[in-house]
Design a protein around this ligand. Sequence first.
Ligand code: MEV
Length: 337
Amino acid sequence: MTVSSAPGKVYLFGEHAVVYGEPAVPCAVERRAAVTVEARDDDRIRVEASDLSLDGFTVEYGGTADRRPDVDVPASLLDAATGYIDAAVEQARDAADAPDAGFDVTIESDIPLGAGLGSSAAVVVAGIDAATRELGVELEKTELADRAYRAEYEVQDGEASRADTFCSTMGGAVRIEGDDCRRIDTPNLPFVVGFDGGAGDTGELVAGVRALREEYGFAADTVENIGDIVRRGETLLSAADPGADPTEDLLTELGRLMNFDHGLLEALGVSSRTLDNMVWAAREAGAHGAKLTGAGGGGCIVALDDTRETETALRYTAECENAFRAELDREGVRVEE
Ligand code: MEV
């Protein structure tokens, strides 16, 4: 039996625009998905997802069998859990040259599903890592990130960048521009996350931005302007002291850029009333800046605040179901003993 875990992430800047080759800076945060994998002596897959829905479920299937979970589970949730696990299992089988390997898989995640914190990337990264190790193969992190990207790309019908999977694999803050992915140094950024209890459909939201870009030339400019914000933010980060507490000036400037980024994402149609209300609650509480994180449509916002004020204010905001501080995770995927 092997257990691997991988972190979720927030986007400091650049979601959606990254799909069109603009740079983005996602940052891994200390919220993890743990995937336990045990090899079977047949080629079947059994998935137990204990934290992905309120009640959890178990489903066992072979290649063509019906997927009937043990309790009533919304089809979207079942597809999400089994789809990403199937894609992770395929990558592990391929990496270990074991096309008929079967597994019992248990997912335990404290990352809300589809809420912009990279839950699916974390499950795929941890799943491939645990399944390959269970088959006696230890992948380099760059290969793991690449395989996780391919798995997510397949499940999301080609609507995925390398950002979420690379960030979850490597940990820390990363910079993504097309196929060029690397870690970058940052100071200790004081993230606060607000969660509205909902989720967005990444594939649909990405397709919505694509349609807008095709219809209106200026929507393509909006996407490029997000890239300009990211480049400006990177320059600020590279001049800062890595691993130290950020200066007030840096937080003010980064916060301003986050606010700008949120405005452009709103213009691209990927925000929502609840996300906007949480963003405003954070700003009014004194956050340096706040924006949606991830695909949008519902889910999470991220704010920069080195006091407790934003977290408290979000907790008292009607649209916010949960608010928490999120430390930068510098480790990425790891094996759990
Ligand atoms: C989703 O977490 C981030 C998007 O930019 C899609 C992607 O990068 O794959 C919206």
